[in-house]
Design a protein. Structure first.
Length: 178
């Protein structure tokens, strides 16, 4: 995942703020997959995550003039995407409790395959840890790229990743994997 850096990104964002559809399209191409993964870490559903990412870009497009810090576009977009994902989650919470479903599966019906065990273990993590795991391992973002998307310090990212790995290790041991 190649993110724009420094002046290149700033110029692209400022050009999009000035109304360039092409510049906004390039930002969309650069950040769409990351926003899907960010939303997935909250929703645990790829289709809903894609919906949340698309809605986030629609909101961002309509609010580009409101962006006060063009140098923080990725973090701003990430906040919008998380808000959209939580809105979708709240709308669905009346019919399905996704987090409870994930936790139930961890203890009631142990999976036989390692990949399913990892999926369930990740699904059972608190969202702030799940986001880091999904962005780092599934989307293969660097610490710097995660910093741009989430707007948190690299030290905080490293700390959360460390704690998330420990939580995953405990959950996988509960499922019978060493």
């Amino acid at each position: 995942m190649d993110l724009l850096h420094g002046n290149d990104e700033l110029i692209l964002v400022q050009t999009a703020q000035a109304g360039s559809v092409e510049a906004f399209g390039r930002l969309y191409q650069r950040y769409y997959a990351q926003m899907v993964w960010l939303a997935y870490a909250i929703l645990l559903d790829k289709d809903l995550a894609e919906d949340a990412a698309q809605e986030a870009f629609a909101v961002a497009c309509s609010r580009m003039a409101d962006l006060r810090r063009p140098d923080r576009f990725a973090a701003w977009l990430g906040r919008i995407c998380k808000n959209q994902a939580y809105r979708i989650l709240r709308a669905r919470s009346s019919s399905v409790d996704l987090a409870a479903t994930g936790r139930q599966g961890l203890y009631l019906d142990p999976p036989e395959h390692g990949q399913e065990a990892v999926r369930l273990a990740v699904a059972g993590l608190p969202v702030m840890y799940r986001q880091i795991i999904v962005l780092f391992y599934y989307n293969q973002l660097s610490y710097q790229q995660i910093h741009h998307v989430l707007g948190i310090s690299i030290d905080r990212i490293k700390g959360r990743l460390f704690r998330a790995r420990r939580m995953l290790e405990r959950r996988l041991r509960q499922l019978g994997f060493d």
